[in-house]
Design a protein around this ligand. Structure first.
Ligand code: CP
Length: 360
């Protein structure tokens, strides 16, 4: 544990508490070579749903993010001349600010809408018309909105790549990338289709993926990591916690999945616990039941790690922050690099980053 700066990226602070992850270990798995082909396929793409990714792409983006974390790429100004519009019609701490930090650190520029009420929405303007305006204002749009249908509406006229930063109870694909970036740094062997048996993880998810977009997107990617995720246990008070969106991918995945509602029964078996609190219920939020609170005294495996997309409430006690179970602060700290990797690929600026083909 500790607070230090990485070897390459000179000005980026690391998490102050909990595990500090080593990006270099992830790069060493492929001798520093990043899968450029997978990244090139993202050029000009909108990122709306985690089903757009496959395992190879998640690993490629994570390795590229690890490279950005270990090298001082800022001096190459890869987003010079690009403008990102961050349009947030719903509250955010991490997503908007880490996207903006990602762009600004790479010499791009940002047009920030921190609150939809400062746009014409307050006067009844449609998202479709706002999308038309964005075509001439920026090169990529990052949008969060409380309505699941918002992506289709803004894309009526928007011709720029759109990155979904959370659409109601829909998805949060870039959060899922950040989550897997953290997991792959923590245990790089999870990248391997033939992950050694003693490195495979039993993953526990506390919450209702069907109504928690970050959990849903994380689970969607987890289902791709066959041979690395040995089992998934979903701990929820709901009878059907996963919802329609994931029914088919779950049925098709060879990973065994169990559903239980007793968190105490599940905890001692889990290597990774992903917890979230806030569920979207149409026009309101619901917090997790008090029974599901994790704290220092919880019966965790000694080396188990806890992930959380944050913001947290009572479900994750602060007395865990100083422990090695805390992966959630390192998870959040990787966001700038993961989002930089995605933006460079989507904005077709890979050629501005030298030496993607090795040497770490
Ligand atoms: N993880 C996440 O989406 O956090 P924010 O709501 O602060 O953006």
């Amino acid at each position: 544990m500790g607070n230090s700066t990485s070897a390459g990226a000179t000005s980026v602070a690391r998490n102050s508490k909990g595990r500090v992850l080593c990006a270099r270990k992830l790069l060493e798995l492929t001798d520093g070579v990043v899968d450029r082909e997978s990244l090139e396929a993202l050029a000009g793409q909108s990122i709306l749903n985690p089903r757009q990714f496959d395992r190879r792409c998640v690993v490629a983006l994570s390795q590229f993010a690890a490279l950005l974390e270990t090298r001082n790429v800022e001096v190459e100004k890869p987003l010079d001349g690009k403008i990102a519009i961050t349009a947030f019609f719903e509250a955010s701490t991490r997503t908007r600010l880490s996207f903006e930090s990602a762009v600004l650190r790479l010499d791009g520029k940002v047009l920030s809408v921190p609150d939809g009420q400062v746009t014409g929405i307050a006067k009844g303007e449609s998202l479709a018309d706002i999308g038309e305006m964005f075509n001439t204002y920026g090169d990529v749009v990052v949008m969060r909105h409380p309505d699941t249908d918002c992506l289709e509406e803004i894309r009526t006229n928007l011709q720029r790549p759109l990155i979904n930063a959370g659409n109601g109870s829909g998805h949060h694909p870039t959060q899922a990338l950040i989550d897997w970036f953290a997991l792959l740094k923590w245990r790089p062997q999870l990248c391997l289709p033939d992950c050694p048996p003693d490195q495979r993880i039993h993953l526990g998810i506390i919450g209702t993926p069907g109504s928690m977009r970050a959990v849903k997107s994380f689970l969607r990617l987890a289902l791709m990591f066959t041979g690395a995720v040995s089992k998934i246990t979903i701990i929820s008070e709901m009878a059907d916690p996963v919802g329609l969106d994931l029914t088919e991918p779950i049925e098709e995945s060879p990973i065994p999945i169990e559903y239980i509602n007793d968190v105490q029964e599940a905890l001692p078996e889990l290597d990774v616990i992903y917890v979230n609190s806030i569920a979207f219920l149409g026009d309101s939020y619901k917090n997790l039941d008090n029974r599901y609170q994790l704290q220092r005294g919880s019966k965790l495996k000694p080396d188990a790690v806890i992930m959380h997309p944050l913001a947290r409430n009572r479900e994750l006690a602060t007395d865990l922050d100083e422990t090695d179970h805390n992966l959630y602060f390192a998870q959040a700290a990787g966001a700038v690099f993961a989002r930089q990797a995605l933006l460079i690929a989507v904005l077709d600026r890979l050629d501005r980053v030298s030496n993607l083909d090795g040497t770490i």
